[in-house]
Design a binder for this molecule. Structure first.
Ligand SMILES: Cc1cc2nc3c(=O)[nH]c(=O)nc-3n(C[C@H](O)[C@H](O)[C@H](O)COP(=O)(O)OP(=O)(O)OC[C@H]3O[C@@H](n4cnc5c(N)ncnc54)[C@H](O)[C@@H]3O)c2cc1C
Length: 468
C-alpha cells in the first residue's frame, strides 16, 4: 500500500508539475494562435488547402505538424474533419473496464487544440470524394444535407475497424472494440450478469458468469486482466453474495502463446501473471462459431458462455469501400508509396491504420499508434514539401517498443530492446502513456484518477438509459 501510494503520488505530482510549467510558460508567452479562433482567414480562401480526414493518432498529429510548419505563412490552410470531436486514446481504453481510468478522460478533446493552432475543424463524416473538382462530400450537418469541402492536398487517416473474418455469429454476439463506449459496455455486461444473479438468488447457469475473450494480443490480454480486476477488486463490496471465483475468464488465442509479438521471457511473465489470476488461457485454437450461449472452437471444444469479447482481428476503415477508385486492400488499406502518397495520385495521401504504409525499402510498417503518429509527422512534412516543390522524405519507421499492462500493478514492457516486467514496469507504462496523452488537462485528470484509486475503489456504476 505504502509503495503504491508513494509511486501514485510521484506520478501524479510529476504530471501536475509538468502541466503547471507548461501553463506558466503559455501564460508568459501568450496564446500561440495563428489567427482568431473563428477563422478570420477562412480555410476556403487559402491558395493551398490541406484537408485531413480523421482526427485520431495520425490525423491529429499531421494537423498539428502541418500547422507548425506553416505558422508564419498565409498560403497554406489546414482543416480536419472527423466523425467525433475527440480522439480515442486506444491504449488506455482497456483500463476503463474496471473503472481505474474514466472513459471521458480516454477521449481526448481535439477542437480547442486544433483551432488554437490555426487548424480549422469540422465534426463531420466523409462520404465520398469528387476527384475531378477536388471536393470531399461530408454528412453530419444539422439539416442532414451533404456539404462539400475543397482540398488541394487530401490526407486520409480514417483508422481501422475490427475484422470478423466471416466467422458466424461473431459480429452479432460479441462485444468488439469499436469505439470509446466499449469499455463501459463490457463493465455494464458484467454488472448486468451480477444483477441477474442476485435476482435469481444465485440460480444462474455458469454460462452467464463465463467471459470469453477471443484474441491473445495486447488488447485481448489487457481486457482479460481488467475483467479480473473488475470482478475481484471492484465489485465484491457491492455484491458480497457473489463469490468472485464463480466468474470464469477464458482467453482464447490462435497462436502457440499469447502476446506473440513480445519476447519469450515477457510472454512467460505475462502468462504466469494470468495463471495467478486464474484466467484460463487456451492456445492454438480458433473460434469457429459464436452463438448467444456458446463459443465453438476449431478443435471441437465448446465453451458455454453468454459473454464474448472479440479482439482477434483488425482491418482498414470500411469507408475505403466507398472510395473504390482509390487502390486499396480490404484488410491492409490504401496502397501508398514510401512517401505516404496514394499510388497513382500526387495530392492524396494515406497514413495510420487505413493505409498500407511502407518504408524506403518497401517493407510494411505495422498498424499501431506509434506508426500512425510518425506517419502523421512525415505526411505533414511531405505535403508542405510538395506545395513548395521540394524533395519528399521516405517513411523510416522507428519501433520504440511495446508496453502491455495486466491490471494496475503489473506490466510487461519492451522498450528499445530493454525488457522488464512487474510493478516498476506498470509505473513505466503509466508514466509513458501520461506523457504521450496529447491533451494536457486529460493528463492531469487521469493522473488524479490513478491517485484516487489508491484510496477509493472505483464506483461500480452501470450507466444505462431506461428501456422504454
Ligand atoms: C482497443 C485498442 C487498443 C490499442 N492499443 C494500442 C497500444 O497499446 N499501442 C499501440 O501502438 N497501438 C494500439 N492500438 C492501435 C492504435 O490505436 C491504432 O493503430 C491507431 O489508433 C491508428 O491511428 P489512426 O490515426 O490511423 O486511427 P484512429 O486513431 O482510430 O483515428 C481515426 C479517426 O478517423 C475518424 N474517422 C473514421 N472514418 C471517418 C470518416 N469517414 N469521416 C471522418 N472521420 C472519420 C474516426 O472517428 C477517428 O477519429 C490499439 C487499438 C485498439 C482498438
Amino acid at each position: 500500500m505504502n509503495r503504491i501510494l508513494k509511486w501514485g503520488l510521484a506520478i501524479g505530482g510529476g504530471a501536475l508539475t509538468v502541466e503547471s510549467l507548461r501553463w506558466a510558460f503559455s501564460v508568459t508567452n501568450g496564446p500561440s494562435q495563428r489567427y482568431e479562433a473563428w477563422e478570420k482567414a477562412p480555410y476556403r480562401e487559402f491558395p493551398n488547402k490541406v484537408l485531413i480526414v480523421g482526427g485520431g493518432f495520425g490525423g491529429f498529429t499531421a494537423a498539428k505538424k502541418a500547422s507548425d510548419l506553416t505558422k508564419g505563412r498565409d498560403d497554406v490552410g489546414v482543416m480536419v474533419i472527423s466523425r467525433e470531436n475527440f480522439f480515442t486514446f486506444w491504449p488506455m481504453l482497456a483500463g476503463a473496464i474496471a473503472g481505474g481510468t474514466e472513459t471521458k478522460n480516454v477521449a481526448q478533446p481535439i477542437r480547442r487544440g486544433l483551432i488554437s493552432s490555426g487548424v480549422s475543424f469540422r465534426r463531420a463524416e466523409m462520404e465520398s470524394i469528387d476527384h475531378e473538382n477536388k471536393l470531399v462530400n461530408v454528412s453530419g450537418t444539422v439539416t442532414g444535407r451533404e456539404q462539400q469541402i475543397p482540398y488541394d492536398h487530401l490526407i486520409l487517416a480514417m483508422g481501422g475497424e475490427p475484422a470478423y473474418f466471416g466467422i458466424p455469429g461473431v459480429e452479432e454476439h460479441c462485444i468488439s472494440m469499436t469505439g470509446i463506449g466499449t469499455a463501459e459496455e463490457i463493465r455494464n455486461r458484467v454488472i448486468e450478469r451480477y444483477e441477474q444473479t442476485i435476482l435469481m438468488r444465485g440460480e444462474v447457469p455458469q454460462s452467464a458468469l463465463t467471459f470469453v475473450v477471443i484474441g491473445g494480443g495486447a488488447t485481448g490480454t489487457e481486457t482479460a486482466a481488467e475483467l479480473h480486476s473488475l470482478v475481484h477488486d471492484v465489485l465484491p463490496p457491492d455484491y458480497p453474495n457473489i463469490d468472485p471465483d464463480r466468474v470464469k475468464i477464458i482467453l482464447v488465442d490462435s497462436n502457440e502463446q499469447i502476446l506473440k509479438e513480445l519476447d519469450p521471457a515477457l510472454r512467460r511473465a505475462a502468462r504466469k501473471r494470468l495463471d495467478g489470476m486464474q484466467i484460463q488461457v487456451i492456445n492454438n485454437v480458433r473460434a469457429e462459431e459464436v452463438t448467444g450461449g456458446k463459443v465453438s472452437l476449431d478443435d471441437g471444444q465448446e465453451i458455454a458462455a453468454e459473454n464474448v469479447i472479440w479482439t482477434a482481428g483488425a482491418r482498414a476503415s470500411l469507408k475505403l469501400e466507398d472510395l473504390g477508385e482509390l487502390p486499396s486492400d480490404a484488410r491492409k488499406g490504401l496502397a501508398v508509396d514510401a512517401y505516404c502518397r496514394v499510388e497513382g495520385y500526387e495530392n492524396i495521401w494515406g497514413i495510420g491504420d487505413c493505409a498500407a504504409n511502407i518504408n524506403g525499402e518497401g517493407e510494411p510498417i505495422p498498424p499501431n499508434a506509434q506508426a500512425a503518429t510518425q506517419g502523421g509527422e512525415l505526411v505533414a512534412k511531405n505535403v508542405v514539401a510538395a506545395i513548395d516543390g521540394e524533395e519528399l522524405e521516405t517513411f523510416e519507421y522507428q519501433a520504440l517498443g511495446q508496453l502491455v499492462e495486466l491490471g494496475s500493478q503489473f506490466a510487461v514492457n519492451d522498450v528499445l530492446g530493454i525488457k522488464f516486467s512487474g510493478f516498476a514496469a506498470s509505473l513505466f507504462w503509466r508514466a509513458t502513456y501520461l506523457y504521450k496523452l496529447p491533451i494536457g488537462q486529460n493528463r492531469i485528470r487521469i493522473a488524479a484518477d490513478w491517485m484516487l484509486d489508491v484510496f477509493f475503489k472505483p464506483a461500480a456504476t452501470q450507466i444505462r438509459d431506461r428501456e422504454l
